[in-house]
Structures are given as structure tokens and as C-alpha cells.
Design a protein. Structure first.
Lengths: 372, 152
């Protein structure tokens, strides 16, 4: 009799599917959770639902065309992705880029980072049950999107960088609107802290959840704010400055806790740094051409180039192998989301399902970036 | 370690390695049989301690396959590129490095998925981006898909 009761009450591992259509996966990502009660024993990500084979397409495209594919990957850091390809091609061509271009690229890049972090902040609040943050985040992001729309005509998949420089010069209103935005957002950012950072429920759900040690972060190749929250100093802007990052003052935000709350604080602090970078540059845009002269058909010489940049999610790498043709022989995108996702299983083991939502929010996954 | 010292270090372990100075990094081409022991040594030796594998790429060349490892040391801040050459396109095999760097687990699955390179001793080698019943390896240069690909 006793034996039957023990067998009946014995816990049994079972599996559930989270996604591919799930609000907290922010896209088509399927996670197979193996559970013991509510405790997660294993998370197995199934990706590729929106794999578009961008790398294969690149092998047939010209370098100018490749730029337009990259903003379809991490659509929240589109300008920075475009910049990465442009920098790689410029490195191969060995063209000198006008100073004006470097400064504008940096400002646009930081605005992109801000808008991405604003969206992340809003969505993170919503994932944890606070609808207000979503509206606040989108309200402020709208102002940046308007600036982008005026600059390059698009609101989502923006194309502004081309190999050699920019597609066209900045709009006459650009400096004024950007300065207005910085003044406005400096007042709003403390509100973000009031709403979420000091919220008791929010702190309970993030502090000590989903820990990732520094060694694991390095081993898994986790970069960006996610890696820096674990103490992995990996800011490409600091270590390998590109564009105009060598002439601005900013801090690399590092924390040691490695939990969800540290990742959250990292991004909030990064927003202040981005604002400061924009302030330093916006009044000092040098005069000059907005594009270096390049040929209509770009042919890179035989060789290979690796360019890394810091997107809102981490280290984005473009690796071009050229055989001297007008399209690359092989082009690899090292996307930050892909490596960050690989650490999800490690972070989530032993947590509850609700914690997994918090962890995924703080890794800040963008699925097209992972699937490519 | 500077590039000269790194070159010495690699040549001591694999004397037949072809070492060249690329546009940015020091590159070493080794045969796939020697790659795992060299990479393992590069990670564990305190002089080099390449603890950060930031990119893993598969390449399909006309005669052979190649797996390219971009390595960085977070303590010494030096970088190196190791290219593991697999001398066949028929049934390419090489040892996994997922026991050295955990990030390789995902990257190697992607390379297996798109190039068909089998990584021996990989804990979970399945297709990653494509469906399990997919036929062929799409990133190979000779892959044909009459419906979705345009002939150039």
C-alpha cells in the first residue's frame, strides 16, 4: 500500500512548448521546457522560424545591396548593423571616410541604441505585468523614430549608411530636434527609475534571478549589456573604437551581480551614457562632404576583413571573405542574439517559468537577429 | 603576447601550420586532425588563455571545407584566427570545440546544419535553423534549389 502511494506521488519530468507564438518570446521562438513541477530542468530553444538565409543571399549580392539586408536582422539596431557592413567594406577598399560622416554615424548609432533600450524597457515592464511602462517607452521612442523618419524616410527598416558614407546629408532640423529630444528625455529618464527600478514587485522578480557568472558569460560569448552585467568587459566602442567613439568621453557600464536586475540597471545606465555621447557631438558636427567618392560597382580585393561594432544587444561582427569579385565569397554575420540565446538554458535551470520570462526580457532577444 | 610570440607558440605545437599575417589578425591554417589539441592548448595555457571564441565560421571551398575560429583573450587582449582545414567535401568531419568554449555548441550546430560538417563528440548535433527533414546543406556552393534560387 505504502509503495503505491510513493509511486503515485513521485514527481515526473514533463515537457511543455513555450511558443512559437508566445507574447514573451517577442517573435517566433519556440522553447521546449522540461519541467519538474514548476521548476525548469532544461530549456531547449528551437530557432529558425524566420530564417531567410541572408548569408547565402549575400553571396550573390553587391556590397551596396548587402547593407539593405542587415537592417532586417536586428531591426532595433538597424543603423548600427548597416554601419558594420559599411565599415567592413570601407576597410577592404581602404577609403578614408570624411569626419562629418563619422560623427553623424556615431550620433545616429547612439539614437538607435536609445530607441532600442526604450522599447526594451517598455516591453520588459509589460512582460512582468506593468502595462504603463509599455506606453511610456513607446511614447519616448516615437520622438526618435520621428527624427529618423525626417532623416532617411523610414520608421522601421531604416537605411542611411552606404559604403563610403551616408546616403544623403542630415536634414536641416536634425540638430535642433535631437537637442530637443535630449533635453526632453533627460527629464523623463528619472521617471523610468521611479516606475520600475524602485518598484518592490519588480525588484522581487529580478534580483537574484537568472544568474550568469563572468566565466560563463565569456565561455558562452554573451556580450552587450547582458555580458557586462556579469562583469565581462566587452564594449566594442571602448576596446576597438570605430567611427567617432575615440573622441568622446563615456563610461563602460560594468556590474558584477550577473542577475536580471543587474542587466536592467546596465541598460538604464547605458541610456545616460548615450545621451552624454550625443550631447558631446551634436554641436560639433564638422563641415564637409557626406560621402567619400566610391565606384558604382564595388569590388573588394582578395582577402578577408572582420569588423565588429557594438549594437544595442552586444557585439555584432561582419566577416567578409572576398575573392576579388563584386560579391563576397563568404559573408558571416556574428549576431549577438545568437550567442546570448545559447546561454539561456544555463541561466534558467532551477528557476520557475515566470522567472524565465524575466530572464528572456533582460537578455533582450530580437528573433530575426538570431535566425538571420 | 605579440604576433611574433604567438607565431612561435603555434609553430612549436603544430610545426606544419601555415601562418600568415592577414589584414587584421595573425592567421594559422592547420589540418583538422591537429585543430582540437591546438585550440585546447591555446585556451588552457596561461600565456595565451584565449577564453573568448567570438566567431565560428564554416566555409565551402572548391576542394575542401574550412572551419574558422576567431579567438580573443580577455586577459591579454590579443587575437588570433585558427583555420581548420578538412581535406574532403564528401563527408567532412572534425572534432567539436564545445568542450572548450560553450558558445561553440550553437555555432557548430549551425555549421552542421548549413554545411554538413560533422563535429565529433558534440553533445547534441542536430539541425538548428532548418527543419529536421531538410535534404542537403544550403550554404554549400553546389546546392541547387530550382524553386527558390535564381540562377546567375
Amino acid at each position: 500500500m505504502e509503495e503505491t502511494i510513493t509511486t503515485a506521488l513521485e514527481s515526473q519530468e514533463y515537457f511543455i512548448n513555450m511558443g512559437p507564438q508566445h507574447p514573451s518570446t517577442h517573435g517566433v521562438l519556440r522553447l521546449v521546457l522540461s519541467l519538474d513541477g514548476e521548476i525548469i530542468r532544461k530549456v531547449e530553444p528551437h530557432i529558425g522560424y524566420i530564417h531567410r538565409s541572408i548569408e547565402k543571399m549575400c553571396e550573390h549580392d553587391s556590397y551596396q545591396q548587402i547593407v539593405h539586408l542587415t537592417d532586417r536582422m536586428d531591426y532595433l539596431s538597424c543603423h548600427i548593423n548597416n554601419e558594420a557592413v559599411c565599415l567592413a567594406v570601407e576597410m577592404g577598399l581602404q577609403v578614408e571616410i570624411p569626419e562629418r560622416v563619422k560623427v553623424i554615424r556615431t550620433i545616429i548609432g547612439e539614437l538607435t541604441r536609445l530607441s532600442s533600450h526604450q522599447l526594451w524597457w517598455g516591453v520588459m515592464g509589460m512582460d512582468l505585468g506593468a502595462i504603463t511602462t509599455f506606453l511610456y517607452g513607446f511614447r519616448d521612442r516615437e520622438l526618435i523614430t520621428d527624427i529618423f523618419e525626417e532623416t532617411c524616410g523610414a520608421r522601421l527598416t531604416m537605411n542611411y549608411n552606404v559604403p563610403g558614407g551616408l546616403m544623403f546629408d542630415i536634414h536641416p532640423n536634425f540638430q535642433k530636434r535631437t537637442k530637443d529630444f535630449v533635453t526632453y528625455f533627460k527629464k523623463k529618464l528619472p521617471e523610468y527609475d521611479d516606475l520600475l527600478s524602485n518598484n518592490v514587485i519588480f525588484r522581487e522578480r529580478t534580483i537574484g534571478i537568472g544568474k550568469l557568472s563572468k566565466e560563463d558569460a565569456i565561455s558562452f560569448g554573451v556580450t552587450g549589456p547582458t555580458g557586462r552585467a556579469s562583469g565581462f568587459s566587452c564594449d566594442v566602442r571602448k576596446h576597438y573604437p570605430y567611427s567617432a567613439y575615440d573622441r568622446v568621453q563615456f563610461k563602460e557600464i560594468l556590474r558584477t551581480e550577473g542577475d536580471c536586475f543587474a542587466r536592467y540597471q546596465c541598460r538604464i545606465a547605458e541610456m545616460w551614457e548615450s545621451l552624454s555621447i550625443i550631447e558631446q557631438l551634436i554641436d560639433n558636427i564638422p563641415e564637409g562632404p557626406f560621402k567619400a567618392p566610391t565606384k558604382a560597382v564595388i569590388k573588394l580585393p582578395k582577402g578577408e576583413w572582420y569588423q565588429k561594432v557594438e549594437t544595442a544587444r552586444g557585439e555584432f561582427g561582419v566577416y567578409i571573405i572576398s575573392e576579388g569579385q563584386k560579391s563576397p565569397y563568404r559573408l558571416k554575420f556574428r549576431s549577438p542574439g545568437f550567442s546570448n540565446l545559447s546561454a539561456l538554458d544555463h541561466m534558467a535551470r532551477g528557476c520557475k517559468i515566470a522567472d524565465l520570462v524575466a530572464i528572456m526580457s533582460t537578455i533582450d532577444l530580437v528573433i530575426p537577429d538570431i535566425d538571420r | 603576447m605579440n604576433n611574433e610570440a604567438l607565431k612561435e607558440f603555434i609553430l612549436q605545437r603544430v610545426p606544419e601550420a601555415e601562418i600568415s599575417q592577414g589584414a587584421q589578425f595573425l592567421q594559422a591554417v592547420v589540418l583538422s586532425e591537429k585543430a582540437h589539441s591546438l585550440l585546447s592548448e591555446l585556451k588552457s595555457n596561461p600565456q595565451t588563455s584565449f577564453d573568448y571564441l567570438f566567431c565560428l565560421t564554416g566555409v565551402d571551398w572548391p576542394q575542401h571545407m574550412e572551419v574558422i575560429y576567431h579567438l580573443k583573450s580577455t586577459t591579454h587582449n590579443h587575437m588570433v584566427v585558427i583555420k581548420s582545414k578538412i581535406n574532403t567535401r564528401e563527408y567532412p568531419q572534425t572534432d567539436t570545440v564545445s568542450d572548450i568554449w560553450r558558445t561553440a555548441e550553437f555555432h557548430e550546430r549551425e555549421v552542421f546544419d548549413l554545411y554538413g560538417i560533422v563535429f565529433k563528440n558534440h553533445p547534441d548535433l542536430r539541425r538548428l535553423l532548418l527543419t529536421d527533414d531538410w535534404v542537403g546543406y544550403p550554404m554549400r556552393k553546389d546546392y541547387v534549389d530550382k524553386v527558390n534560387m535564381i540562377e546567375y
